[in-house]
Design a protein around this ligand. Structure first.
Ligand code: URA
Length: 236
């Protein structure tokens, strides 16, 4: 048995909070009875209707790994009409990205309709590692290297930036390629790390998300995650 609002949210119909509101507003019925309180639990054979539409608690869970191109927004919809990561996936199910990549950042992002996986991977406690390749203005100085090894404070909170490698230095163009692995999920975190060292990020790509890598996915391509991969993500 599971809570009604959780089943509605897991079906991909809407968020848990919105599901609670729909229940309180009398828009939800279970086996024909309108429910208006939040304590109710249901089982998979119950017939749940929201706004007159049948919700299946058996909705298939979907998991996609996308190599996001530039100029695509990491949300399910955009009020400015820009292309979203969801537009790139061929499905009629309501899916959404886990976390965000900036409009101009490329690389790996997971899309799903599974709220439990989203919560699991988004929780700071689970320390999900993400690796980025950043092309930055300038060459890192000795002090920059020391600071990165110590960790960088962004908005009053230290980020562990010690796991990095300078992959290339272009003295002519005055740019560098730096690979950095962090567990942080804050927006613009990599750009902010380098900005605090006075190096603008020219290009940014996420090459690894936990144990997943972008090796076999060209820009704009995606694939479904295997059951084994999903299980492994849940075990992190
Ligand atoms: N850090 C950033 O600055 N941007 C991203 O898109 C991801 C991480």
């Amino acid at each position: 048995m599971e809570r009604l609002q959780k089943v509605i949210a897991n079906s991909g119909y809407t968020s848990r909070r919105n599901a609670e509101k729909l229940i309180l507003d009398g828009k939800v019925s279970v086996n024909g009875d309108i429910i208006t309180e939040l304590g109710v639990k249901v089982n998979p054979s119950d017939e749940i209707m929201v706004n007159g539409a049948l919700i299946s608690s058996q909705t298939k869970k979907l998991y996609f790994l996308l190599n996001k191109p530039r100029e695509v927004i990491s949300s399910a919809s955009d009020d400015k009409g820009r292309r979203t990561v969801v537009d790139l996936i061929d499905t009629t199910e309501r899916i959404y990205p886990i976390g965000r990549l900036d409009y101009d950042t490329t690389g790996l992002i997971i899309l799903t309709n599974d709220g439990d996986l989203t919560n699991h991977l988004s929780h700071p406690r689970n320390n999900i590692k993400k690796t980025y390749l950043a092309k930055i203005e300038g060459i890192l100085s000795k002090d920059d290297i020391i600071n990165l090894k110590k960790g960088i404070v962004i908005d009053g909170r230290r980020v562990d930036t010690s796991n990095f490698k300078v992959k290339q230095k272009d003295l002519l163009k005055n740019t560098s390629l730096v690979e950095i692995t962090i567990v942080e999920g804050r927006n613009h975190i990599v750009r902010n790390i380098f900005a605090s060292l006075k190096h603008d990020v020219i290009k940014l790509t996420r090459t690894n998300y936990a144990f997943l890598s972008s090796d076999n996915l060209k820009s704009g391509e995606y694939r479904e995650l295997s059951l084994k991969e999903v299980k492994k993500l849940f075990s992190l």
